[in-house]
Ligand binder design. Structure first.
Ligand code: DLZ
Length: 180
C-alpha cells in the first residue's frame, strides 16, 4: 500500500465511510462536512444527449451541488456529446485543458435500448478510467447503467437520489484528497 501520511489517510477514509453508499444507500444522503474551498477550482462537465430527460437532470444535479459547495459559476464548463460512447473522448478533450481541475462525465445507458449495452458500458468505464490516469486528475464516472428507464429516473432525482449530485461530490472529495 502507498505510504500516505496518516492525516491524508484518515481524512479520505473517514469522508468515504461517512458518506459513501455503503453507509447511506446512496451518496446523495451525504453530510458534506470538511469539504475544501473550491471557489478557485475549475470543473468541466461532459454530458451525453442520449436519454436527455435523464442526463439533463443528472447534469443539473451536478451543477447545483458544485455551486452549493462554493464553486464559481464562471469556472464550470459544460459540453454535450451525442451518446455515452462519446463521453471518453469528450472527457479527454476537456481534461487536456491544464486549467481544469476535475472532469465529470454524465450519461445514461439503458439495457433495453441497446443490444451492445455491455460493450458500451465497459468501453465507457474503461475509457474514463484511462482518462483519469492519463491526465492525472479526477474524471468522474457519472454514468447510469440501468435495466430500464424507470431505474434511471429513480437515480436522476427520484427515490434513489440524484447520481449527478454524487458525481459532483466525488469530484470535490478527490480534489480534497489531492490537496491535503
Ligand atoms: C446507440 C445507442 C443506444 C442504442 N443506446 C444508448 C443509450 O442507452 N445511452 C447512450 O448514452 N447512448 C446510446 N447509444 C448511443 C451510443 O452511446 C453512441 O452515441 C453511438 O453508438 C455512436 O457512437
Amino acid at each position: 500500500m502507498v505510504d500516505l501520511p496518516q492525516k491524508v489517510l484518515s481524512s479520505f477514509f473517514i469522508t468515504s465511510t461517512t458518506n459513501m453508499s455503503s453507509a447511506h444507500k446512496n451518496l446523495s444522503d451525504y453530510k458534506a462536512q470538511g469539504l475544501p474551498d473550491i471557489s478557485d477550482k475549475k470543473f468541466a462537465i461532459v454530458t451525453s444527449e442520449w436519454n436527455h430527460e435523464i442526463t439533463s437532470a443528472l447534469h443539473k444535479g451536478a451543477i447545483d451541488t458544485l455551486l452549493k459547495h462554493g464553486a464559481s459559476e464562471d469556472k464550470i464548463v459544460s459540453k454535450w456529446v451525442p451518446g455515452s460512447f462519446e463521453l471518453t473522448l469528450g472527457a479527454q478533450w476537456l481534461a487536456e485543458d491544464s486549467s481544469v481541475h476535475a472532469v465529470i462525465a454524465i450519461g445514461c445507458l439503458v439495457q433495453g435500448e441497446t443490444p451492445h449495452f455491455d460493450y458500451i458500458c465497459q468501453a465507457v468505464a474503461l475509457g474514463i478510467k484511462d482518462v483519469n490516469l492519463r491526465h492525472n486528475k479526477p474524471v468522474i464516472f457519472g454514468v447510469l447503467t440501468t435495466q430500464n428507464i424507470e431505474q434511471a429516473k429513480d437515480r436522476a432525482g427520484g427515490k434513489h437520489g440524484n447520481k449527478g449530485d454524487e458525481a459532483a461530490y466525488t469530484a470535490i472529495s478527490m480534489l480534497s484528497f489531492h490537496d491535503q
